[in-house]
Design a binder for this molecule. Structure first.
Ligand SMILES: [Zn+2]
Ligand SMILES: [Zn+2]
Length: 182
């Protein structure tokens, strides 16, 4: 899944991609994608070496809620607004880590994300992986007001209730109480 940049016409080109998640070159254990990944956008030449990709990326992930520990599906629909620059391996001393040629470039839009391409090709698998990672929530929650699990008996408070739910006691306090009883 590569886009050959040497073939992008001056007027730009449409980029559409629809792939079943299991056909993406990604490790399912690190990025639990399900269904299809859809990308729709437009690739335009900015200058001799720079390209702009605008559009959107839609994907569905199967995650585990950090509160109730139930699996749930998260639908992502992320806007794409990326500037592609050539990745240069000829990095001289004093320029460590910075791709050459690009240092002088002034980005008009500071919010524009920059990605790099190699050998005149954009690796779409890599691009999808990168963009989904950026969109992934740090603490996924199945719904806005997930009630989570009862800290005492482990009941999922979204679907049922338990007797201990109302006087939820902090674990440390609980052990203190049992000490006092003896
Ligand atoms: Zn939940
Ligand atoms: Zn309980």
């Amino acid at each position: 899944m590569f886009i050959d940049l040497s073939r992008v016409p001056d007027e730009g080109q449409e980029v559409t991609l629809g792939v079943p998640a299991e056909r993406l070159p990604l490790d399912k254990s690190e990025l639990p994608l399900v269904d299809r990944v859809e990308l729709a956008g437009r690739l335009e030449r900015v200058d001799d070496v720079a390209f702009h990709l605008g559009g959107s990326l839609a994907a569905t992930l199967e995650l585990e809620c950090v509160r109730c520990l139930e699996p749930f599906r998260l639908e992502l629909d992320e806007p794409l607004d990326l500037l592609f620059l050539p990745f240069s391996v000829n990095v001289g001393p004093g320029k460590a880590g910075k791709p050459a040629e690009n240092e002088e470039r002034e980005l008009k839009d500071e919010d524009l994300a920059v990605s790099f391409y190699q050998d005149d090709k954009i690796d779409m698998g890599l691009l999808i992986r990168e963009q989904i990672y950026l969109a992934l929530p740090m603490k996924p929650i199945c719904r806005d007001h997930c009630q989570g699990l009862c800290p005492k008996c482990g009941t999922n408070l979204n679907s049922s209730s338990c007797n201990c739910a109302r006087e939820a006691v902090e674990p440390r306090l609980a052990s203190l109480k049992s000490l006092l009883k003896s």
